[in-house]
Design a protein around this ligand. Sequence first.
Ligand code: NDP
Length: 245
Amino acid sequence: MKTATPRKKALVTGGSGGIGSAICRQLANDGFHVVVHANRSLEAARSLAGEITAAGGSAQALAFDVTDAAATSAALEALLEDGPVQVLVNNAGIHDDAIFPGMQLRQWQQVIDVSLNGFFHVTQPLMMPMIRTRWGRIINITSVAAVAGNRGQVNYSAAKGALHSATKSLALEVASRGITVNAVAPGIITTPMSHDSFDASAIAQLVPMKRAGRPEEVADLVSFLASERASYISGQIISINGGMI
Ligand code: NDP
């Protein structure tokens, strides 16, 4: 494992989930101190942080609900006492699909709340400390649904599409401070989230490469965007979807 001294701190929201876990492992391998975030699955986050530490990396677990502004603010304030977060991966997300005429207000609000309001609750308090360091990376995990649209996901694609616009505007605001802001838009990735939505024949039909992506493939892209090598890439929506669009 490479070591960066002192290690920059990377917070991965939804680090307890399928894609988030792979991102945490990769960023730890890249030499970051990784804050593995969870909401309900704190035990999973603790176990991953333990696995990273046992492998010679550096990690801690942290739980809060990104839709709860006060709880998020309190948790981040405590985290910032040990220094700034310099890599933020906004990965926490849910979907709750329904064809639009049948979509309930609750489904609309919850999906927007986690992806979009969660983005504000987490990102905004971390900005000034990051700006003061004159180096940072913000990577928003969005979706092909926001690039191409998807039936039954008006709420989800609206939330993720709004993150694309937020990515571009925030990138402009912080470009002169050594901070890049990008979105990574995955297609179908093998995790519990996608498991119920797509069977093998649907994947063969939808994906030119005829397979789902692996969380590690998304993590590799995030790793690159978080690195020095990606210093001149900002305000971009980068798809990773086996050629879907
Ligand atoms: P998972 O369901 O495996 O993980 C979702 C993560 O989000 C969990 O860690 C969960 O925490 C966290 N989370 C959910 N709600 C909240 C909340 N209110 N507050 C804080 N954290 C919350 O999903 P994936 O790994 O598949 O997805 C990760 C990201 O990638 C999501 O943003 C998703 O939209 C996006 N994506 C996924 C695709 C796929 O095919 N899998 C395709 C395109 C995009 P906990 O479990 O601890 O409650």
